[in-house]
Write a protein that binds this ligand. Structure first.
Ligand code: CTP
Length: 403
């Protein structure tokens, strides 16, 4: 089998320089990448860079190497096309089927999955013309990744930022592995909590736990790749933002509750993967707690934190909402899991057996997903991404039909 063929379309935005990193990752991991820039993209990064990094010829025009019929062949041969960055102008052309250069011709001839990674100023992204073009492209089956929120080209910040190239690479890798875009969560809003809460004792100390956030981030990444709008409530996770995901950073259990409840109001599914502290210190010292010579330390009095999972499962902010919990158990894993599922009132509970080197901080996971309907789905030891996909498969089966 030859190398997977990727077409990297680059339109004229400053984020073109970040696409070089995406290109490098693709070529280094064994993909054959054909870069197709627009004429204006070359104002930002020159053809020599694209050609040297890809090892392939680069052209913007249909008039070069006409005997090879490049305006048809490049699109036909591709296994996946990603346009990164995709400008407002490029998406307008793609939505209307214009074909005035090599990239737009390639988009019309490609029959493989097509991904757009838009990057532009907030006003351009929010303009009804752009939004309608994005909706058209999505309706036709393309994956248009929501831009990130953050610093834009000038001093301004807002929605429109190009996602982390490493995360875009992950999207391409996933699409190639599955062979399609698999948009079964399109039109859905899902909320995922991830990481571990930190309950402060004083300005420098906290009670925390060992959750890395990797499983929650894998869930968010997978839901976004399946077309969902994703809100990721992230407690103290030092991980890169998954492409197309709205990340809400929080610190404590109380903050996590507020953020999850707010996002859940219109959510189709809520997945509580975060390790939430059951207790927090009853008092917070505004100044650093100092040790005193000859004195034993004062005991720390704890108070209970709200149980967010039980609260959401009980209230179901949106009718038909599917609620998923996680449990880490060391003994009697299945019996404890069943009891917890009932106590919390959720639809699904992902039960992990924890022990040394298992689960915390690792890239792999092994679990059983218990259903309130009595079902039991074992997920063999493997990447956290595989467990994430199984969870979304089970959630999808339980979602009411999209109206
Ligand atoms: N959870 C929550 N709010 C809390 C505590 C936990 O929403 N205050 C959620 C977690 O996100 C996870 C599930 O509940 O989905 C874990 O259940 P939890 O009660 O934390 O399990 P344990 O603390 O392990 O319970 P026990 O000590 O009874 O085993």
């Amino acid at each position: 089998m030859g190398k997977p063929k990727v077409v990297l379309g680059v339109s004229g935005g400053i984020a073109a320089y970040k696409a070089c990193e995406l290109l490098r990752r693709l070529t280094e991991s064994g993909h054959d990448v054909r870069v197709v820039p627009t004429e204006s993209a070359l104002h930002f990064v020159g053809a020599a860079t694209w050609s040297a990094l890809s090892g392939n010829p680069v052209s913007t025009e249909v008039w070069d190497s006409v005997h090879e019929v490049p305006h048809v062949r490049i699109g036909q041969a591709a296994d996946v096309v990603i346009v990164a960055p995709a400008t407002a102008d490029m998406m307008a052309k793609a939505a209307h089927g214009l074909a005035d250069d090599l990239l737009t011709n390639t988009l019309l001839t490609a029959r493989c999955p097509v991904i757009f990674a838009p990057a532009m100023h907030t006003e351009m992204w929010e303009h009804p013309a752009t939004q309608e073009n994005v909706a058209t492209l999505r309706r036709r089956g393309a994956l248009v990744i929501e831009p990130a929120v953050g610093r834009l080209t000038g001093v301004d910040t807002g929605k429109g930022r190009f996602p982390d190239p490493v995360e875009l690479f992950e999207v391409v890798r996933r699409v190639l592995a599955r062979g399609d875009l698999g948009q079964d969560l399109a039109g859905r809003h899902v909320v995922v909590s991830a990481g571990g809460t930190r309950e402060p004792l004083d300005p420098v100390r906290f009670l925390g736990n060992r959750s890395s956030g990797k499983q929650g981030y894998a869930l968010a990444r997978s839901a976004a790749a399946r077309g969902a709008r994703v809100t990721l409530v992230s407690a103290n996770a030092a991980l890169s933002e998954p492409a197309g995901v709205d990340v809400v950073p929080v610190g404590t259990a109380v903050q996590l509750r507020e953020a999850v409840l707010k996002a859940s109001a219109d959510a189709d599914a809520v997945v509580m993967a975060a390790a939430v502290a059951d207790f927090r210190p009853g008092t917070y010292a505004a100044g650093k707690i100092k040790k005193k010579d000859g004195q034993e330390p004062a005991p720390i009095a704890l108070v209970r934190n709200p149980d967010i999972l039980a609260e959401i499962a009980g209230e179901r902010p949106r009718p038909g909402q599917v609620v998923v919990g996680f449990a880490a158990e060391t003994d009697d894993v299945l019996a404890n899991g069943r009891a917890k599922l009932e106590r919390k009132g959720c639809d699904l509970l992902v039960v992990n057996e924890v022990g040394e080197r298992k689960t915390f901080g690792s890239e792999e996971n092994e679990a059983v997903v218990l259903g309130a309907d009595g079902s039991e789905t074992p997920v063999p030891y493997g990447p956290k991404e595989a467990l994430a996909d199984t969870v979304w498969d089970l959630v999808t089966e339980r979602l009411p039909r999209n109206s």
